[in-house]
Design a protein around this ligand. Structure first.
Ligand SMILES: Nc1ncnc2c1ncn2[C@@H]1O[C@H](COP(=O)(O)OP(=O)(O)OP(=O)(O)O)[C@@H](O)[C@H]1O
Ligand SMILES: O=C([O-])CC(=O)C(=O)O
Ligand SMILES: [Ca+2]
Ligand SMILES: [Mn+2]
Length: 662
């Protein structure tokens, strides 16, 4: 029967009873004593399944010995240290109207052994009150600095839309929001921030008052405390040890916890034991909306920054980039106070120690071009430039994945493996093979991975003063040259302008490319007036003799629709020539209108594309488009023309004169 190729009837079930002829075949000619004996392996040292399972997991290494006497908790026992850590977390989660923090306990509520906690902690502000509420009776389980493996398990068990892709990454969905919500980002205006920050037209800082912040904070904290468990990440920002920030992220999703595990700097076990009180805390209650009856609220999303309290509250968006860029905003406030310039830029360093910065708005190529197999990666998106040189703010990278290919971007492609968070991508339901061309969920598909996933990452992520400053603009009009050399005034002009173009087609009804100007190539994240950052950049570039370049990673041979995006291979050759110093030695000619110095030759790049006019068949259309873009630049710059940049008006006048002339 078996082996007759037609086993269907034989092995069918009839009313729950196995067909007799199905059983009849199970025959052995061995003696009773030989059955079930397999001498090739030794039996497990367990009598029960539970015992077997307990063998599987080894206790994590005991807490590391503390060197010297430094550190907040240096002289105390492990148990006391654990208690203090829990107390600090309970304090973070404390409701400010009910006087006490929640009862917090470490561990997963789903684990049998964790459900009756032996020790827990409640945080008291004043004297403990007898006015017990239901919420005060429950425990909030804290999943503290889980590992990627543990976070994968949490995500897959509890979060819809979590899958392991064929390369081992964790595919997640960010929900209704697949990008940041700049119109819902608010900053508390108090006596200090009113004078210090940039407010009004063009500023990203939309005001809210302290009271409304507290209403939203309470809403987020109540939401988080109502859950069985929350994730807490204690991590660092900034690889410059003297200007390091301790950040705590409280969130409800494993996806958020893994994202921040990747994006912030990961503490060593020893650093974690001595973490103490965070310098800044994020409350991410993104699944829960804000209340539109609340003053200032204009949608169900609110991302709120309170610099005095050093806190950020997220309601109504699960897009993880809000956390990353919220912290970047904080750095844009704190660092300039210390004469350190914060930059929306990528950064890498050559074998000879030459550092390059890559400024640019979203999608212009910071991550793509700073990830360079011939150079060491310092970071892809957020840096500081201080007296000792540059330092990365983050511990990971955040790459755009749309149309990603192994051939064109091998290092990024290969970084998408176990531990990497892949947001909003589409994959084959069976093979789990990702289709990077698929925009069904969003065009803004993303990968977040620790920086050490790039084989030639420079650890620690610091470097000397930059030699080259590359301004990236993705010009969808196709009139900016692929590369031009800038003088200092031009650099400041383009830095303050922050030009790039949104391409038609991504938004319905948009028929032609739309110019966007975003001061300092990141107006959404800056806190002070753009001229403050510009003055610092000018001063540092001058002092350290850096050369600036404008690189168009956008269109050539016509605008979006008729022309083509400049080949990544050509842009890479241009960047190579900048790094090697060969471009500095090229012959230059000046362009009309923008007055840009363009090289006549770049190794590996067809010379005819270096002057964009050559690539357009319709020269009249080229002239018109060039003037149109110049007009947009001029109009955008009007608001800045009256600001003083630097010590006197000299630099301001020079900068205004460095714009297009027509
Ligand atoms: N010539 C080119 N130069 C650079 N990037 C190009 C070029 N042609 C196409 N691209 C594509 O443009 C995108 C650049 O995205 P990238 O992730 O580098 O943006 P980013 O500047 O890091 O933005 P964000 O700040 O949002 O992370 C990539 O998808 C890359 O493949
Ligand atoms: O913040 C994001 O969503 C991604 C990013 O780096 C940017 O937009 O500059
Ligand atoms: Ca990026
Ligand atoms: Mn960015």
């Amino acid at each position: 029967m078996a082996g007759n190729g037609n086993g269907h009837e034989e092995f069918s079930f009839n009313n729950g009873v196995v067909a007799r002829n199905g059983l009849a075949k199970v025959q052995t000619h061995k003696k009773q004593s030989e059955i079930c004996h397999d001498d090739s392996t030794t039996p497990v040292k367990a009598q029960t399944i539970d015992e077997l399972h307990s063998l599987q997991k080894k206790k994590s290494a005991p807490t590391t010995p503390i060197k010297g006497s430094e550190g907040a908790f240096a002289t105390i026992s492990d148990e006391e240290r654990q208690q203090l850590q829990l107390q600090s977390i309970s304090a973070s989660l404390a409701s400010l109207t009910r006087e006490t923090g929640p009862k917090v306990v470490k561990g997963d509520p789903a684990r049998k052994t964790d459900t009756t906690p032996k020790s827990h902690v409640t945080h008291h502000h004043f004297t403990p009150t007898l006015n017990i509420s239901d919420s005060a009776l429950k425990f909030t389980h804290i999943l503290y600095n889980l590992s990627p493996g543990e976070l994968y398990e949490q995500a897959i068990k509890y979060e819809h839309g979590s899958f392991i892709t064929s390369s081992g990454a964790l595919a997640t969905l960010s929900g209704a929001k697949t990008g940041r919500s700049p119109r819902d980002k608010r900053v508390v205006k108090d006596e200090t921030t009113e004078v210090e920050l940039w407010w009004g037209k063009g500023s990203p800082n939309i005001e809210m008052d302290e009271h409304t912040f507290m209403v939203n904070r309470e809403r987020a904290v109540d939401y988080l405390n109502s859950l069985d468990k929350v994730f807490v990440n204690d991590q660092f920002l900034n690889w410059d040890p003297e200007n390091r920030l301790k950040v705590r992220i409280v969130s409800a999703r494993a996806y958020h916890s893994l994202f921040m595990h990747n994006m912030c700097i990961r503490p060593t076990p020893e650093e974690l034991e001595n973490f103490g009180t965070p310098d800044f805390t994020i409350y991410n209650a993104g699944q829960f909306p804000c209340n539109r009856f609340t003053h200032y609220m204009t949608s169900s999303t609110s991302v709120d920054l309170n610099l005095a309290r050093r806190e950020m509250v997220i309601l109504g968006t699960q897009y993880a980039g809000e956390m990353k860029k919220g912290l970047f905003s904080v750095m844009h406030y704190l660092m300039p106070k210390r004469q350190i310039l914060s930059l929306h830029s990528g950064c890498n360093i050559g074998k000879d120690g030459d550092v390059a910065l890559f400024f640019g708005l979203s999608g212009t190529g910071k991550t793509t071009l700073s990830t360079d197999h011939n150079r060491y990666l310092i970071g892809d998106d957020e840096h500081c430039w201080g007296d000792n040189g540059v330092s990365n703010i983050e511990g990971g990278c955040y790459a755009k994945c749309i149309d990603l290919s192994r051939e064109k971007e091998p290092d990024i492609f290969n970084a998408i493996k176990f531990g990497t968070v892949l947001e909003n991508v589409v994959f084959d339901e069976h093979t789990r093979e990702v289709d990077y061309t698929d925009k069904s969920v969003t065009e803004n598909t993303r990968a977040s991975y620790p920086i050490e996933y790039i084989p030639n990452a420079k650890l620690p992520c610091v470097g000397p003063h930059p030699k080259n400053v590359i301004l990236l603009a993705c010009d969808a009009f196709g009139v900016l040259p692929p590369v031009s050399k800038l003088n200092l005034a031009q650099t400041m002009y383009h830095f303050i302008s922050g030009y790039t173009a949104l391409v038609a087609g991504t938004e319905e009804g948009v028929k032609e490319p739309q110019a966007t100007f975003s001061a300092c190539f990141g107006a959404a994240f800056i806190m002070l007036h753009p001229t403050k950052y510009a003055a610092m950049l000018a001063e540092k570039m001058q002092k350290h003799g850096a050369t600036a370049w404008l690189v168009n990673t956008g269109w050539s041979g016509g605008s979006y629709g008729s022309g083509k995006r400049i080949k990544l291979a050509h842009t890479r050759k241009i960047i190579d020539a900048i790094h090697s110093g060969s471009l500095l030695k090229a012959n230059y000619k000046k362009t009309q209108v923008f007055g840009l110095e363009i090289p006549t030759e770049v190794e590996g790049v067809p010379s005819e594309i270096l002057d964009p006019v050559n690539t357009w068949t319709d020269k009249k259309a080229y002239d018109e488009t060039l003037l149109k873009l110049a007009g947009l630049f001029k109009k955008n710059f009007e608001v800045f023309a009256n600001y003083k940049i630097g010590k006197d008006n000299k630099l301001t006048e020079e900068i205004v004169a460095a714009g297009p002339i027509f």
